[in-house]
Design a protein around this ligand. Sequence first.
Ligand code: FNR
Length: 370
Amino acid sequence: FEIYLNGLNDVRPPLPTDLTRLEALARERLPREAYDYVAGSAGTGDTAVANREAFRHWRIVPRMLRGVAGGDLTTRVLGTDLPAPVLLGPVGVLNIVHPEGELAAARAARSLGVPVVLSTAASHTMEEVAEVAGPRWYQLYWPGDPELAVSLLERARAAGYTALVVTLDTFTLAWRPSDLDNAYLPFLRRVGIQNYLADPVFTAKAGDDPVLHWAGVFGNPGLTWDDLAFLREHWDGPIALKGIQATEDARRAVDAGMDGIVVSNHGGRQVDGAVAALDALPIITHAVGDQIEVLFDSGVRTGADVFKALALGARAVLLGRPYVYGLALDGEDGVRHVLRCLLAELELTLRLSGHDHVAGLSSDDLHEQR
Ligand code: FNR
């Protein structure tokens, strides 16, 4: 109603409330290389498209006359109380779309009590972001140098990041034609390596070419399930594995004593032709949903999308590109706009579908239409 009331004074929202429209606006505003880096995906973009199509295959079945009192979005994930089942997902190099990058995103999230998952590839250090952030988790790109890994984890803990999200699907960047055609990689221009440059272990070994050293330590392709014990040793909070797409891997995460998984294909940015993330979700939650906390990302654009992911068993979703477009268009206010629209639509969808709490959602609320 706030928006309609403002309309009585001829005040309209500064950005579209249909969040799927932000991408086209960001395209007009951003330098081409930056837009392509954010919007681009692996290969032909097949998986990125499939991520969105999968949402259309699941239709909400609203129920009537259920005496809906309120629309309670609160939940608890990996030891953090959330005002809504949504977090800002880890997106690195945000300075390519706005000079305040991760700082602006963290401020917007904090104003709504929404947690941020800060990327290892952020363009501001984790300590700088911690100063302006509310609830916060840390996303680790597990580097090839174990001493550096420990140092990043110790810094994150000291800066008040409470849960760890370890991204497994990106030990190297994939075949991304738009970036290849632009011959553009932010890291080589020293955007997104700030957390390395601020690290004592990294700088002690980097010599006089830190970018080259970064390229050598960024990825760790030799990791196996056995290595997860190392993380447990060096991180005493909850741990979630991001990039899980196979049921068998979800089971292994349970066996390894992990606290959570993020069902994700990195927004279709890694393996072109990979299974749509939302299609993987119900199979995985069916197998392990009662043994581990399942989070979800890749393709979430609207409140109705969040509803569907929750109904298919996710505890919460990570938001990706939409908040980056909000940031590109209007900085901190743009991110806040995206979050407020998403949460308001989720709350309305919940109530109009006959529910007063997100915990009540299940696959009974959806109809699969192929
Ligand atoms: C990402 N993502 C990502 N993930 C991660 O774990 N660490 C990171 O540094 C990044 N960086 C990053 C940059 C950009 C520009 C994008 C678009 C994405 C992946 C992100 O967390 C999430 O998985 C996807 O964004 C989800 O897909 P959608 O919803 O954005 O399509």
